[in-house]
Write a protein that binds this ligand. Structure first.
Ligand SMILES: [Zn+2]
Length: 475
């Protein structure tokens, strides 16, 4: 979708010189119809490369992307700790008046069970307006959109106040040591930016119509807590008061029953407020009630969310989910030890030591040791401000391209943005529009099948371009 006031241009290549002159006064737009063919070509080519992780083989995608950038004359480098799992970093230069903006997409995908697919998972089949394949919505959509933005910026010779940096990273699906960790450790000066755009958000369609856009502005910090119950081993025929299995079970049950205190931040407060505005009245009331200053009202709303929308309950607090228990080895032996692991997702500003003390209070059993088994690997990331230039630019782009409301969100899981946020980059998770009905049908990210509407791929490329140019274009 193009703004009515935007001049309709022909081929961006031929008009490069004109663009350079005109861009300072008026927003310019590529010839989107011509762009669509090219977008689809790159998207399908990337989908056809089997970068299932494990093992990854992301060099296939890295080499493809590097070749495309080389052809366009965009300086790009391959960086890798493992040659078969390489990453690409590229840059279109601006005048340096402002700090860079970074756009990224990961090249690996999760594994597939080919028997579950109607179309081959690495065939990129087009059918009924969809493209089918592993990675269509995670994350070769972001990868393609970012790549197209780079191509169009370079070809259009768009004058920029900011450098635009592109990263195609390996290993996002559980092996970040070869991807974002390596890049941040070894090549941070090459990717250092004021703002970054990556996966983690998305536009929701209901009944074929756009309902709202979610932009991820921060994410929780994962950490694990270990519970170790100790006692004296003994014969199973003589029950003992100190039996570690019994003590551990009690401790796990108490953590399971506990919901840590609700604490909202700017993002989650805005999230529930804006979600309430667009929800049916009965559901909207729960979203408004969790913001209430009356603890009883808030508690009742939280109870409802915990039962019906557990992700929303998790967004209200640091969460703790006991997920592993081990102990015992023979039916007739009381073991001397039993352990449990609790998956903790901390609010970004949580005091981790103080939280551990709270867990000890909940466990309330001197025979159970409560501890972090390893040192903190992730520091809390920078929380982006909703009045920042970038968030405002994204919100304006949502209005222009999708004509809908923007809802900032906190991710309960972890993305590759965490490592960048730790280093002070303000990151935003974006994504294309997908049908809310498509997930339950088994076509979402990491599902048995995966697909994206062609029209929404193309709209997403325009969205990416709109955000980047409004942030980076020379004024
Ligand atoms: Zn992903």
């Amino acid at each position: 979708m193009r703004r009515a006031s935007t001049p309709v241009l022909g081929c961006a290549v031929a008009l490069a010189g004109w663009l350079a002159v005109a861009a300072a006064q008026a927003p310019t737009s590529p010839d989107w119809r011509a762009v669509e063919d090219e977008t689809m070509r790159h998207y399908q080519a990337l989908l056809r490369l089997d970068t299932s992780n494990p093992p990854g083989h992301e060099q296939l995608a890295a080499d493809y992307v590097k070749a495309v950038l080389d052809r366009e004359g965009i300086p790009a480098q391959i960086v890798a700790s493992d040659p078969s799992r390489s990453n690409v970093i590229a840059r279109v230069k601006g005048n340096g008046r402002k700090r860079p903006v970074l756009i990224m997409g990961h090249t690996d995908v999760v594994t597939v069970d080919p028997a579950k697919w109607t179309f081959p998972p690495f065939g990129a089949a087009r059918d009924g307006g969809y493209v089918y394949g592993r990675g269509t919505v995670d994350d070769k959509d972001n990868l393609t959109a970012a790549l197209m933005t780079m191509i169009l910026l370079k070809r259009g010779n768009v004058p920029l106040d900011r450098d635009v940096i592109f990263v195609a990273e390996a290993g996002e699906e559980g092996s970040t040591s070869v991807g974002i960790d390596f890049i941040v450790k070894q090549h941070f000066p090459d990717v250092e930016a004021e703002y970054c755009l990556a996966e983690g958000g998305g536009v929701t369609r209901k009944g074929g119509k756009v309902a709202y856009a979610t932009i991820q502005t921060l994410e929780k910090v994962p950490r694990r807590i270990e519970l170790v119950a100790g006692g004296v081993a003994g014969h199973g025929s003589v029950p003992l008061k100190t039996n570690p299995i019994v003590h551990l079970a009690g401790a796990v049950a108490r953590i399971g029953d506990w919901r840590p205190p609700i604490r909202l931040n700017e993002t989650t407060a805005a999230y529930f407020t804006r979600l309430a505005d667009i929800s049916p009245p009965d559901v909207a009331q729960h979203y408004r009630d969790v913001l209430s200053t009356d603890p009883a009202v808030q508690r009742a709303a939280d109870d409802w969310l915990f039962e019906h929308e557990p992700r929303h309950s998790s967004m209200l607090r640091t969460s703790a989910s006991p997920n592993i228990m081990t102990g015992g080895y023979r039916f007739n032996v009381i073991p001397s030890q039993a352990t449990a692991t609790v998956d903790v997702r901390l609010l970004p500003d949580e005091n981790q030591d103080a939280f551990l003390e709270q867990v000890k209070t909940i466990v309330n059993d001197p025979s159970v040791t409560v501890r972090y088994p390893s040192a903190a690997t992730r520091k809390p990331g920078l929380e982006v401000r909703l009045d920042s230039e970038a968030f405002k630019a994204i919100e304006a782009a949502v209005t222009r391209v999708y004509d809908t409301v923007t809802i900032p969100a906190m991710g309960t899981g972890a993305t590759d943005m965490a490592q960048l946020r730790e280093r002070g980059v303000q990151c935003f998770g974006i994504g294309p529009a997908t049908d809310i009905e498509d997930g339950p049908k088994g076509f979402g990210a990491h599902s048995d099948q995966e697909r994206l509407l062609e029209s929404e791929l193309h709209r997403f490329v325009r969205f990416n371009w709109e955000i980047v140019t409004s942030l980076a274009r020379a004024r």
